[in-house]
Design a binder for this molecule. Structure first.
Ligand code: PLP
Length: 424
């Protein structure tokens, strides 16, 4: 568990605030984020890169709550976005356009136009059709789009199959061996200006060697492209820095910075990074209440009010999250299956977890839940969506209330012809 979450007098706290108090006042399930932990993690990376010309653009996809973005923006981060919605969120949270990068495998015309109107820092382009579309839109607007081509370096990120993005079979980026030809073609296209190269090989990477393999290839390409006259100024090395869920060693920020310094030595360019998970995962816990303890011939289940609709990572990626009681409990630890209330067999958070006796009304907390948690929550089964809370020292605030079923269906409507006949 991250340092921001500690037991005090037997109650699990986030910084100086009891998770029990938050749960009682905000309701459960509730995601609780430590502002201090987010800032600390960002500063760790910034410190590791001191002396290098680096900007950290927080990848909003990990957690796009405005208060989270603002916390990181105030600490110096820019924003890495993948949709017009995320660009709007970044702007609404106060990130200056000059620190916003727009990535993503399929940008629509409206999204491209919006990004250009905002004069954001850079658009990362993933294919020739996208480059041509960008060129047509930018030239019709009379502007030059600052472009970084996303290079697919064809490497294994040594992470989960579903979070790998830099292999030959992945849909992301432009094959590294086609980049020279596309850059050359780009010179003929109006409205687009090559400012750099971009790479992002996957997520939750805890070893340095996949980065080394990918970056070595991308940086060689960067040097070669400059040598043939492309005035590239930016190298965007993506995100993907791994964190601790169970017993993984998180990526060592200084080791990573040293690797980049060695590979990019003498390059004299601006470095961009796009960490998402690394900045927010361990800074967040999900607090949930036990609805029932159910005992069968075979096992015990703890059935929670959080389910795969609240935190989908275990069902989606077989992800492991630590689960702990919010109130310390000296009872004997026994194996229990911790599950959600959703009508799906995959709605399981963990089997055979060793937990002290817990029963209806008790609270549990999930570790490392700040990334890819609340953002992936859904209305499935029409259960309330999770609330979100930000803690900063002794202060805390509800930064998103739970949405109840009535609010979830408030914008749905019944066509008039169905209204003419009352329900049977
Ligand atoms: C292009 C790009 N940049 C950054 C990220 C953030 O990754 P992570 O949260 O692992 O740092 C992603 C995530 O998939 C991505 O696709």
């Amino acid at each position: 568990m991250c340092n921001a979450f500690q037991y005090r007098d037997g109650i699990l706290c986030c910084e100086d605030v009891s998770l029990g108090d938050i749960a009682d006042r905000s309701g459960t399930p509730v995601y609780v984020y430590s502002a201090g932990a987010m800032r600390d993690r960002l500063h760790e990376y910034v410190r590791a890169f001191s002396g290098q010309n680096a900007l950290f653009c927080y990848a909003l996809k990990a957690n796009s709550n405005l208060a989270v973005i603002r916390t990181l923006a105030q600490a110096g981060a820019g924003a890495d976005t993948v949709s017009m919605g995320e660009i709007r969120r970044a702007l609404a949270a106060g990130v200056p356009p000059s620190k916003i990068v727009f990535a993503g495998v399929a940008k629509t015309d409206d999204e491209i136009r919006f990004a250009l109107q905002q004069s954001i820092l850079q658009i990362n382009v993933e294919s020739l059709p996208e480059l041509k579309r960008l060129s047509a839109i930018a030239s019709s607007m009379g502007v030059d789009a600052p472009v970084a081509l996303r290079v697919n370096p064809h490497v294994e990120a040594k992470t989960h199959d579903k979070t790998s993005t830099g292999r030959k079979q992945d849909k992301f980026g432009i094959a590294h061996d086609r980049v020279p030809e596309i850059l050359a073609h780009m010179r003929e296209l109006p409205g687009v200006k090559a400012v750099g190269l971009h790479m992002h090989i996957g997520s939750q990477i805890t070893a340095l060697d996949p980065f080394e393999a990918a970056y070595a290839r991308g940086i060689r390409l960067f040097r070669d492209m400059r040598a043939v006259g492309h005035p590239l100024t930016t190298l965007d090395l993506g995100g993907g820095f791994g964190v601790t869920y169970r017993d993984e060693q998180p990526l060592d920020a200084q080791g990573y910075a040293d690797l980049v310094a060695r590979l990019a030595s003498g390059l004299d360019c601006r470095l961009l990074f796009e960490p998402g998970r690394a900045l927010v995962a361990e800074a967040g816990m999900l607090v949930s209440r036990v609805i029932y303890r159910k005992i069968t011939d075979d096992r015990q289940f703890l059935i929670l009010d959080a389910g795969m609709n609240t935190l989908v990572r275990p069902a989606m990626y077989d992800a492991w999250h630590e689960i702990v009681p919010v109130r310390e409990n000296g009872g004997e630890r026994l194996p229990v299956d911790v599950v959600g209330p959703i009508c799906e067999s995959s709605d399981v958070f963990g089997r055979g977890r060793m937990l002290p006796p817990l029963d209806s009304g008790d609270l549990v907390a999930f570790g490392s839940a700040g990334a890819y948690g609340a953002v992936m929550a859904s209305d499935y089964n029409s259960r309330p969506s999770p609330a979100e809370v930000l803690v900063d020292g002794g202060r805390w605030a509800l930064i998103k209330p739970a949405r109840q079923a009535e609010e979830q269906y408030a914008d749905e409507s019944i066509p008039a012809w169905l209204d003419e006949v009352p329900a049977a």
